[in-house]
Design a protein around this ligand. Sequence first.
Ligand code: ZN
Length: 159
Amino acid sequence: MIISENAVVLFHYTLTDESGKELDSSTGKDPLAYMHGHKNIIPGLEKELDGKTEGDVMIVTIKAAEAYGERQDQMVQEVPRKSFQVEEMEVGMRFEAQTPNGPVSVVVTGLTDEMVSVDGNHPLAGKDLTFDVKVDTVREATEEELEHGHVHGPGGHQH
Ligand code: ZN
């Protein structure tokens, strides 16, 4: 079966950044499962998988804009230290911040006694990403999966 709209795709991948550093990999785990055409994965990779079939392998570099987007300066903010209800803080800690657009995961990038710098950009924002991909399985979605717009079972949603 060819990968097209509504196909359920399971694939193995290794993700590296511009310097060749490995960021993530499905090696030794279940393949990642997604439903094609439903924005379950980054747009650039979904485009590259279109038309592929079981057993296909490819190495593709996805530009930041087609991956997790460019970094946005307005996502970096200074927040008063006292607005955090935690005793100990250090650079690198992650928090869920409540925003008008819903919860955003932010990372602490700087600290003084009074102020905390937080960055709400996705950790992979602004990065060109290279995916080494092997298509494992392509199958029809079940009716329930189509209704939900995502894959059920191993590598997908468990509910
Ligand atoms: Zn579901």
